[in-house]
Ligand binder design. Structure first.
Ligand SMILES: *[C@@H]1O[C@H](CO)[C@@H](O)[C@H](O)[C@H]1NC(C)=O
Ligand SMILES: *[C@@H]1O[C@H](CO)[C@@H](O)[C@H](O)[C@H]1NC(C)=O
Length: 371
């Protein structure tokens, strides 16, 4: 969430949205599940294919967090089977061995420049951090850096670094099991609304994202994006109705994209489609998307009006229900497992967890049946 600050200047469009809101009866809601933007997740990773996949982010900027060894039983108790970390720490990887829990790892940003030119270094990371553990821990993806695509000191080296990490994975014949990718903030979009007109920032679209997405397609890997309806809601306040961000099933607000004709009932689907359409605008084929972070904060400073316990619970619960119903399956990793009191920046950053640092639940969330 480093780059939570998203350039959202399309307020005018949201004012249009409110004008377009139709009080439609349920029977007349057109489907927004356009088969044109459907995605075949079966192609992607043996461990992450098929059904609804709900995982969780395991960030560790918290004091007094439980040790990695106690995480598997904690997330089992939440009925979660997929976890994503922000590092590539062997101790964590080892703690998930023989648990049936899949693990998504991340190579730190500062390694990107040297990885882009030094294949030996990429090989040594894989040899030391992956090779000893992959037989007992289900490692599904390695993210090369986190939200770096708009940071030139990293982004100019990003694709070469990913290529070298992939070469090393392939050298050890793990490329069918472990996908090499990277996570993006939605700030990579300069235009989001209507979703059918979404575009990536010019500064990175041809130079970074086009070769990056081609690499992902060539290696059958997913595009990972962090999707925060909370931030879109907050930054365009009061243009987006809270109910639209919170998947309220009783609200009758609809947003119809005037160009595609697709009708949306919630902000999440709007944001996700804007990614698909931006990819299309580069002249590229559809690519499977994984939502690498999504969540809602339970507290924040004065001004973070929607950051409260009840909204966090409602958002996450309805998100889970929405994902189960959704025809186009999209894997998501909820942000986050724990509140992280050592996060810097606004107070709201510290309150995204499902659990307190002591492991007790902040609110009830029903994640079963096991996912
Ligand atoms: C490349 O990486 C290896 C392994 O980390 C290191 O020993 C070597 O010095 C690096 N080469 C260069 C040119 O930096
Ligand atoms: C865990 O921490 C929270 C927040 O500080 C507190 O309300 C709760 O009582 C604690 N639970 C246990 C079992 O200590």
């Amino acid at each position: 969430m480093m780059m939570m600050i998203m350039a959202m200047k399309q307020y005018t469009f949201w004012i249009l949205l409110i004008l377009c809101i139709s009080v439609a009866s349920c029977s007349t809601i057109p489907s927004f599940r356009d088969p044109q933007i459907g995605i075949n997740y079966g192609q992607y990773s043996s461990n992450l294919g098929g059904d609804t996949i709900i995982g969780i982010n395991y960030g560790r900027y918290g004091s007094n967090l439980p040790p990695p060894e106690s995480i598997p039983s904690l997330i089992n108790s939440l009925s979660i089977k997929h976890i994503k970390t922000f590092d590539i720490d062997p101790r964590t990887t080892k703690s998930f061995s023989n648990t049936g829990i899949t693990l998504s790892l991340c190579i730190p940003n500062n390694k990107i420049p040297s990885l882009s030119t030094n294949l030996t270094e990429a090989e040594s990371i894989i040899r030391n951090n992956i090779l000893p553990y992959h037989k007992t821990t289900l490692i599904t993806t390695i993210s090369v850096g986190n939200e770096v695509s708009l940071l030139p000191q990293f982004s100019t080296h990003l694709v070469s670094a990913m290529v070298n990490v992939h070469k090393s994975i392939k050298r050890y014949r793990l490329h069918k099991k472990i996908k090499v990718t990277t996570t993006h903030s939605l700030a990579i979009l300069s235009k989001r609304f209507p979703p059918s007109t979404a575009k990536f920032h010019k500064s990175i679209s041809e130079s970074v994202l086009k070769p990056l997405i081609r690499f992902l397609q060539r290696t059958n890997s997913p595009l990972m994006v962090n999707v925060y309806p909370y931030l879109a809601y907050k930054q365009s306040y009061p243009s987006i109705p809270l109910d639209f961000a919170l998947f309220n099933p009783n609200q009758r607000r609809r947003y119809k994209d005037p160009y595609s004709g697709i009708v949306y009932t919630n902000l999440f689907d709007v944001m996700l489609d804007s990614v698909d359409f931006a990819v299309k605008s580069l002249g590229l084929e559809k690519i499977p998307v994984v939502v690498s972070e999504i969540g809602w904060p339970s507290s924040g400073d004065f001004g973070e009006v929607a950051a409260n316990m009840e909204n966090a619970r409602v958002f996450n619960q309805r998100l889970i229900e929405h994902l189960r119903r959704r025809v186009k399956k999209v894997p998501v990793y909820i942000f986050a497992l724990f509140d992280e009191d050592q996060k810097t920046g606004a107070a709201v950053e510290k309150h995204w967890g499902l659990l307190y640092a002591n492991g007790s639940r902040k609110y009830d969330l029903n994640l079963s049946p096991p996912i």
